[in-house]
Ligand binder design. Structure first.
Ligand code: GTP
Ligand code: ZN
Length: 217
């Protein structure tokens, strides 16, 4: 029998500043721990609002302005809470697009010397993007979700989840916070990594919130 790729090991209420969630703790077959924050009952849901968020310690927790992860995380939680039904899958082990925290900091060093975010990874001998989305697909399956609207600006993420058997009915833009420290990074994501950020240049300077009702902080 095949080994289950994820196992739910804990479920608890998680009241948050955005609204009430349930937190489900999962362990993947490789031992990595992940968490799904759930609003409402996702069982049998069609077109459920879902954010699949890659861990970014510097952006999510430490307030780094080198990327847009923190504002995206908070806007997604606010959006899901507002909707009253939805899921945020927080993927550990995705740090630095899957290369890890210290290699990401080394990639930042290279970016201080002129490389862009993609070439910095390659120069370290690492993939531009090493993330795998199988765990996210299995977590959503475990929660009984039938189909999703994915909050992302990255069409590759939609394709990757579909390859893992998930039904993605739509992609919804997620707000991005634009500033002097992440502008080059965001342009590289748009121009070299296929991210849908068509409003990027017109929107400067300041904070952009393509979704109404989402705090852009
Ligand atoms: N290697 C590397 N990783 C980075 C860099 N900046 C942010 N990250 C990581 O990138 C991941 C987030 O990926 P993004 O490309 O920002 O966005 P995405 O998840 O593909 O797309 P969205 O759904 O639109 O957010 C997180 O794991 C961050 O730690 C960088 O310069 N180098
Ligand atoms: Zn980040």
């Amino acid at each position: 029998m095949p080994v289950a790729p994820v196992r739910r090991e804990a479920s608890t209420a998680l009241p948050s500043e955005y609204g009430p969630f349930r937190a489900h703790g999962y362990r993947a077959a490789d031992g990595v721990e992940h968490i799904a924050l759930v609003a409402g009952d996702p069982g049998g849901a069609e077109d459920l609002v879902v954010r699949v968020h890659s861990e970014c310690l510097t952006g999510d927790v430490l307030g780094s302005q080198r990327c847009d992860c923190g504002p995206q995380l908070r806007a997604s939680l606010a959006r899901i809470a507002e909707e009253g039904r939805g899921v945020l899958v927080y993927l550990r082990g995705h740090e630095g697009r899957g290369i890890g925290l210290l290699p990401k900091l080394r990639a930042y060093e290279l970016q201080e010397h002129g490389r862009d975010t993609l070439d910095a990874n390659l120069e370290l001998g690492l993939p531009a993007d090493a993330r795998d989305y199988a765990v996210a697909a299995r977590v959503l399956e475990d929660l009984g979700v039938r189909s999703i609207r994915l909050l992302t600006n990255n069409p590759d993420k939609v394709d990757a989840l579909r390859r893992h058997g998930l039904t993605v009915t739509a992609r919804e833009a997620v707000p991005v916070s634009v500033g002097e420290h992440n502008l080059r990074y965001l342009r590289t994501k748009r121009d070299r990594m296929g991210h849908e950020l068509p409003w990027l240049d017109e929107a400067l300077p300041g904070v952009v919130t393509p979704l109404s009702g989402c705090p852009g902080r």
